[in-house]
Design a binder for this molecule. Structure first.
Ligand code: MN
Ligand code: MN
Length: 506
């Protein structure tokens, strides 16, 4: 008997779904996926389209660009050797700028497009400005880096003698691992203002034939007690005493014979007496020169990459960015390593005062200019170190040779003390970098709650300016001899050049 065909009930008005109960209806997304699903050999292209590209700069740079990068880094190494302190960095930067036609700033003058000026702040910070074709009310482009670096400062009353050895008492500057500063050759740089008001510049220990200074450490044979200290207490602040001499004057009866001999030498050489140390800034820095690192010459080892690597790259961008639409300002700041304090640190108003002076002859005040102003806080980033991999989160850490690093936020703990650039500003900067062919990456300062740090970004942002952190990844940051990769140095220069010499940020 044939099966009786089911018929619809005549009362039913809704269409009946022809599917088995229990199987869910396909969503629009599932339908689209099925429609566009690539063949298995197309997934590679899909991956390239959808995933973030993050590769060694070698694969994105042409041969001529690699050559340019090496030449650029030769200039950088020279700058490092000539600029071991903030004062020397100011002098060297001004010397370079003058060859590009920069002239001292005159507050009373009205500057026009094409004018190039510099303004030195107390010998320890400097602003360079190149006036653009657009009016100041369109805003200016600021790149701000710092030229102070961790070091060993002399105390105001430094010289003493103990057991026929003459030493300097010191007070370290910035965040250092104190044990790293012992048993290395040190040079002394700085200024002494004499009682009569005259100033003497001192650079001692940089010439290869010149003697160096030295901080001692304990021999391992007798370091039983020291070895049980924590690493941070391995060398204490008051143990960073610099040995400066050991030969007495020829008078056996006299006390402090070795100290007297040192003071006699200093007096002959620099015309100073002991009391002059009270009005001095003398900094002991590693006596090493910058040099290439690696069999492949791909890296540079030097004292003070943080942050002279950003100072030099931004300075060069300022110099080579000519006929710009926007007025560009390159700031080399002091005191970042101790919180951007003081009249030469960026927590002071000197950028704002400079901009006010530029604007006033046009009947404008600083607010009219700052409203549309944008800034890159150019400072180094931490590079992921495979030997110390546990402190960085690999997906969000910068790596050597992957280009300049854009850092949305710095800070510690819950982003405390960070500028945290807006998504909108990050978007504009991202497009600018891509359009300029810059190899770049992102990176944050270590794992969450592992530590942290800050830059000048927050102080610039306090003027209601959009700021983003950008810089070169560094290994062994704040040590006497830091490490960077050459490609990253060059890419930072390219990035800063795109920022100062580029058009509108969209
Ligand atoms: Mn820095
Ligand atoms: Mn630093």
């Amino acid at each position: 008997m044939p099966r009786k065909k089911k018929t619809e009930t005549p009362t039913q008005t809704e269409p009946v779904e022809k599917r088995k109960p229990g199987r869910p209806k396909k969503t629009e997304a599932e339908k689209a996926l099925k429609k566009e699903a690539p063949k298995s050999d197309e997934y590679e292209a899909l991956k390239e389209k959808l995933f973030m590209q993050n590769k060694h700069a070698e694969f994105s740079m042409s041969v001529s660009e690699i050559t340019k990068s090496n030449l650029f880094c030769n200039g950088y190494k020279q700058f490092l050797d000539n600029a071991k302190t903030e004062r020397e960095a100011v002098n060297e930067a001004v010397r370079i700028a003058r060859t590009f036609g920069y002239e001292p700033f005159d507050r009373k003058k009205k500057y026009a497009a094409g004018d190039k000026i510099y303004h030195v702040n107390r010998g320890k910070a400097v602003i360079f400005a190149s006036i653009g074709t657009r009016p100041l009310t369109d805003g200016v482009r600021i790149v701000a880096s710092h030229i102070d670096a961790p070091r060993i400062d002399l105390k105001p009353n430094p010289l003493y003698e103990d057991c026929d050895i003459a030493l300097f008492k010191t007070h370290y500057y910035g965040g250092i691992k104190k044990y790293q500063w012992t048993t290395i050759p040190l040079a002394l740089h700085g200024v002494v203002v004499r009682k009569d008001g005259s100033t003497v510049d001192i650079v001692y220990g940089e010439d290869e034939r010149e003697p160096k200074l030295y901080i001692s450490d304990l021999l391992p044979h007798l370091a039983k007690d020291q070895s049980s200290r924590t690493l941070s207490g391995g060398i204490l602040g008051e143990e960073l005493n610099i040995i400066v001499g050991s030969r007495p004057v020829k008078n056996e009866k006299l006390g402090d014979k070795v100290k007297l001999n040192i003071m006699r030498i200093l007096n002959e050489k620099y015309g100073i007496v002991e009391e002059d140390f009270l009005s001095a800034e003398l900094e002991a820095v590693p006596a090493f020169k910058a040099c290439d690192i690696g069999f492949d010459e791909s890296m540079i080892g030097a004292y003070g990459h943080d942050d002279r690597v950003c100072a030099y790259t931004s300075l060069m961008a300022q110099m080579y960015g000519v006929n710009n639409e926007y007025t560009s300002i390159c700031v080399l700041a002091d005191k970042e390593e101790i919180g951007s304090v003081g009249a030469t640190g960026l927590n002071s108003d000197y950028i704002k005062n400079f901009i006010t002076s530029l604007a006033r002859p046009y009947g404008l005040d600083s607010y009219d200019v700052l409203e549309n102003t944008v800034c890159i806080s150019a400072d180094v980033s931490v590079a992921h170190d495979p030997t110390w991999a546990s402190v960085t989160e690999k997906r969000n850490a910068a790596q050597l040779n992957r280009g300049v690093c854009m850092t949305k936020y710095t800070g510690a703990g819950g982003k405390s003390g960070s500028n945290d650039a807006s998504a909108e500003f990050c978007g504009k900067i991202r497009r600018m970098l891509d359009n300029a062919g810059v190899v770049w990456q992102t990176g944050e300062l270590g794992k969450v709650d592992q530590g942290g740090g800050g830059t000048v970004a927050r102080y610039v942002a306090s003027m209601e300016i959009d700021v983003i952190d950008m810089g070169i990844p560094v290994l062994s940051m704040h040590s006497p001899y830091e490490l960077v990769a050459k490609y990253d140095v060059y890419m930072a220069y390219k990035a800063f050049l795109a920022f100062v010499a580029g058009g509108e940020l969209k």
